[in-house]
Design a protein around this ligand. Structure first.
Ligand code: SAM
Length: 469
């Protein structure tokens, strides 16, 4: 973390957001049709349009809205769901965020920062269980400086394990915002997406939630992408921690942020995360917040983001329980974590005394999640081809906005899933998985791409690895 020289950036207009919410009215039947038709054409939603949809309570209208979100999800992502695991590198933190177990005042948490050998050990375990994509999570601490991030990313990529000398193919990072110079330093390490969640865009609430440490500076956090994007890192992940403030307000603010990025840099968020506040050790607030979001409202949030920013990947974590994850995936999520352990060393050490960052709602292992996805008709994917073929940032947006990214996604999902089935799946998952591959292969509309995919699936069966279109 470098020195914070904050320029006040004019990204979030609180007055506009509050006025939009005050003036919004629930749409009648005719207006609803109009709004949903616009969303279905992948044209997104303006802030006032999103605010109108937030007011829908009529069950039939809700149903129509969810159907539209489902159709958009299907149009852009089909049945594909990308899987990853978080790898907690450090729970050391100088912040005292009221909602988080990493907070400085929580004396019940054993603090730890993994060194490169420990990161390699965790990575080996993850590779040997079939993972190809990781999200490295760092607490906000001087130890977790950019050098440590680079060391961590390199440690992950350096591990080769399994019968086919497999390795991790994409490493994303969730950490405190960096300076422009640090982002420039980080880029060559092979970073996928850099995630920073604003947590809440509501300044007054933000300042109350983050009383000390670098994270106390709202503008420094909000301006992160104005340092990151010009440095050449152009896959960025936005997020709100739902439960800190009014979900309607924060959703509009996040949409305003996405719009600002699109207008300023022609790059919107590669991903949006919508964690919901979960009970956390040492945080009274995490169970007593007046803004906790109900399941019904959470479904609205997901559907509205899906309609408003149709091109963005949406990430669902294991905070949510399995049966609800299923409903949520239909409405918009395209990436899910599976088998997550949220304490540093959690995959290889299994120490029952290590407190997780927050309570996990889904305890299934990766293989079970993969099998359940297949049973529900989804196609699990470990595809990492876009980032490795240079389809990031603006180039990615050009393909993603009209929905054309499918051309690459479906074949690559099939090939990467086939590898998992051959190398790591249980016999039951293999049976389900082969059925799903056979079902989806004919859906590749171009004859040439379908033939090339068939060829790559055959070569994968014969032992070649890491093939993609
Ligand atoms: N140090 C990094 C930073 O400054 O953003 C973040 C690491 S933090 C462990 C990752 C994310 O976990 C946070 O951005 C927050 O949204 C989420 N989180 C924290 N406490 C949580 C809780 N009680 N329930 C759910 N998610 C939580």
């Amino acid at each position: 973390m470098g020195t914070q020289q904050t320029e006040t950036v004019n990204i979030i207009d609180e007055a506009i957001i509050s006025r939009t919410l005050e003036e919004a009215q629930a749409p009648d039947e005719g207006r609803l049709e109009e709004l949903l038709a616009k969303a279905a054409s992948l044209a997104g939603l303006t802030l006032p349009e999103a605010a109108e949809l937030m007011l829908i309570d009529d069950p039939e209208h809700l149903h129509e809205m969810f159907e539209t979100a489902r159709a958009i999800k299907q149009r852009i992502y089909g049945n594909r769901i990308v899987l990853f695991a978080p790898l907690y590198i450090s729970n050391e933190c100088v912040g005292n965020c009221l909602y988080c177990s990493f907070r400085r005042d929580n004396k019940d948490l054993e603090r730890r920062t993994l060194d490169p050998d420990e990161i390699r050990r965790e990575t080996r375990w993850l590779i040997e269980h079939g993972y190809k994509r990781l999200l490295l999570v760092f607490g906000d601490h001087p130890k977790n400086n950019v050098e440590h991030m680079i060391e961590g990313i390199e440690a992950c990529y350096s591990v080769h394990a399994g019968e086919h000398d497999d390795s991790i193919r994409r490493v994303n990072v969730n950490a405190a915002p960096l300076t422009s110079e640090e982002f420039v330093q980080l880029k060559p390490a092979g970073l996928g997406t850099f995630q920073v969640f604003q947590e809440t865009y509501h300044r007054e609430t933000y300042e109350r939630m983050h009383p000390i440490g670098p994270k106390a500076n709202y503008d420094w956090r909000l301006g992160v992408w104005d340092r990151c994007l010009p440095s050449g890192i152009d896959d960025i992940g936005l997020g709100v921690l739902y439960g800190l403030y009014d979900w309607r307000w924060d959703t509009l603010a996040m949409l305003q942020h996405a719009e600002y990025l699109m207008q300023t840099y022609h790059v919107g968020p590669h991903t949006i995360s919508t964690p919901r506040l979960e009970p956390a050790l040492g945080s009274d607030f995490s169970t007593h917040s007046p803004w906790l979001v109900s399941d019904d409202d959470f479904k609205k949030i997901v559907a509205i983001i899906r309609m408003a920013v149709p091109y963005t990947g949406m990430i669902l974590s294991t905070r949510e329980r399995p049966e609800f994850r299923r409903e949520l995936m239909e409405l918009g999520f395209s990436q899910v974590s599976a088998g997550s352990r949220t304490s540093p060393g959690g995959y290889t050490e299994h120490n029952p005394d290590d407190a997780p960052q927050f309570e996990v709602g889904d305890h299934r292992c990766l293989d079970e999640v993969m099998r359940n996805l297949c049973e529900q008709g989804y196609l699990p994917s470990f595809c990492t081809a876009c980032y490795r073929s240079g389809r990031t940032g603006e180039h990615f947006m050009e393909l993603a906005k009209p929905g054309d990214i499918q051309t690459f996604c479906l074949p690559n999902a099939l090939i990467s899933f086939k590898e998992y089935l051959l190398d790591y799946a249980s016999p039951e998952t293999r049976v389900e998985g082969e059925r799903i591959i056979a079902q989806h292969l004919p859906q590749i509309s171009s004859d040439a791409i379908r033939r090339s995919t068939e060829d790559k699936l055959r070569r994968t069966e014969e032992g070649e690895r890491d093939l993609f279109v």
